[in-house]
Design a protein around this ligand. Structure first.
Ligand code: F6P
Length: 341
């Protein structure tokens, strides 16, 4: 078979590990041939591809980013997009496609499969918000980077008796904030799933100072205030119609100063959470996802996504995998709240 591979959406550590595993097993065990499509769905949409063989994937296991490039291109937002994808795949004699991506990239894969395209999905995202898999690769790396940041913020916060606010990614799910905040001993963790009362946040700040320690607030970029407690900014939309989030930590900085008189500083961790080398867990997970994705293609089992359940890798229908976001359940947030203030 001649198999195409693409990586779409926001990049994350572990993408290269998947590509390597797909090619190593696909070529070495099954004798298939591969091409890489450049920059997510832009590759099949425009016919932009590069050769991909075992030599091309040597040495990339620990490397962050993606050797294929990525984009948030949506073929369904382009004129004749899906037809162009089909025509370009046929012209390149592609028998099957492996799409490595999150909700948006795999949502396109699910639609194209429903229209007859032989595609297998691999779940990636630092946000960990895909409901059909216990974990996506990239998440563990992001959590470790955020946890290290919190550890560092604690020591400088204590020196200056300041409130330090850390804004982390995660879009509309609070997984990164919850895991890193608990691991780093944050005094307040705010997530999109639980609208916050800003007066309570200020009360937690004062309670922490009362113990002669300095507060660390971890706020997810998608966290929202209870109506009337804080004014936040409007955001622009991307090609999939999602709001571009960022900036809540700066609002906190100003408002905490104004309301408590305490010195406050914001840190926005941003793309540091997505860059650099994957953790051992993410390399392990990404590699196993790659091995199982190429098995599915080899068996002609299309329209599925590989998923982690416990330590087992299963296949789930793409349509089901992209139906709803996995958000933080109330009981997990309640556990974290024990440590607030
Ligand atoms: O989905 C991954 C993610 O990093 C989100 O956590 C974040 O909201 C978004 O992508 C940022 O996107 P961009 O890289 O386009 O700024």
């Amino acid at each position: 078979m001649r198999i195409g591979v693409l990586t779409g959406g926001g990049d994350c550590p572990g993408l290269n590990a998947v590509i390597r595993a797909v090619v190593r097993k696909g070529e070495g065990v099954y004798g298939h041939r591969f091409v890489g499509f450049r920059d997510g769905w832009r590759g099949p949409l425009t016919g932009d591809m590069v050769p991909l063989d075992t030599a091309a994937v040597r040495g990339i296991l620990p490397r962050g980013g993606t050797i294929l490039g990525s984009s948030r291109t949506n073929p369904y937002a382009a004129v004749d997009g899906p037809s162009l994808v089909r025509e370009n795949l046929a012209a390149a004699e592609i028998d099957a496609l492996i799409a490595i991506g999150g909700e948006d990239t795999l949502g396109v894969a699910a639609r194209l499969h429903a229209e007859g395209l032989p595609v297998v999905g691999v779940p990636k995202t630092i946000d960990n918000d895909l409901s059909a898999t216990d974990y996506t690769f990239g998440f563990d790396t992001a959590v470790n980077i955020a946890t290290e940041a919190i550890d560092r913020l604690h020591t400088t916060a204590e020196s200056h008796h300041r409130v330090l606010i850390l804004e982390v990614m995660g879009r509309h799910a609070g997984w990164i904030a919850l895991h890193s905040g608990m691991a780093g001993g944050a005094n307040v963790i705010l997530i999109p799933e639980r609208p916050f009362d800003f007066d309570k946040v200020c009360a937690f700040v004062e309670a922490r100072f009362a113990t002669h320690y300095s507060p660390i607030i971890v706020v997810a970029e998608g966290a929202t205030p209870l109506a009337g407690t804080l004014v936040t900014r409007e955001s622009e939309l991307d090609a999939f119609g999602h709001v571009r989030l960022q900036g809540i930590a700066q609002v906190f900085e100003t408002e905490i100063r104004g309301r408590t008189g305490r010195d406050a500083r914001a840190t926005v961790l941003g793309h540091l959470q997505r860059g650099g080398t994957p953790t051992a867990f993410d390399r392990w997970l990404a590699t196993r996802f790659g091995l199982h994705a190429v098995d599915a293609v080899h068996e002609g089992d299309f329209g599925v996504m590989v998923a982690l359940h416990g330590t087992r890798i299963d296949r789930v229908p793409l349509a089901e995998a992209t139906r709803e976001l996995k958000t933080v359940p109330a009981e997990l947030y309640d556990e974290a709240e024990i440590f607030f203030g």
